[in-house]
Write a new protein. Structure first.
Length: 108
């Protein structure tokens, strides 16, 4: 009976060691899979944030282009209105200068 009991204990210990080894292997595999999944999740999140940032940047650039075009149009309109406003005065001043030159230096 003692011999039988000893063999049962050894068999139980061997089985326990196999179960423990399998558990360690499975735990190692689960940890490895979890790391891989977390790395993939981080990578995916970074890519998503990069795309989001890039899309937002493109949107802001388009909006800025529209504002620049509007500012250029306004500046062009102001310049044209100033040209029209002072055009007659320029003609008057040019005629006056020409008259002064002719008076002072003659028409040689």
């Amino acid at each position: 009976m003692a011999k039988n009991l000893t063999e049962e204990i050894r068999a139980s210990e061997e089985q326990a060691q196999k179960i423990l080894l399998e558990a360690k292997t499975k735990a190692s595999q689960i940890i490895s899979e979890a790391r891989t999944e977390s790395e993939q999740a981080v990578k995916s999140f970074r890519q998503q944030m990069h795309r989001s940032f890039r899309d937002e940047l493109v949107s802001i650039e388009k909006e800025a282009e529209k504002e620049v075009e509007e500012a250029l149009r306004e500046g062009q309109n102001k310049a044209e209105s100033l040209i029209e406003k002072y055009k007659s005065k320029v003609d008057e001043v040019a005629a006056w200068i020409a008259g002064e030159v002719m008076t002072r230096y003659g028409s040689n």
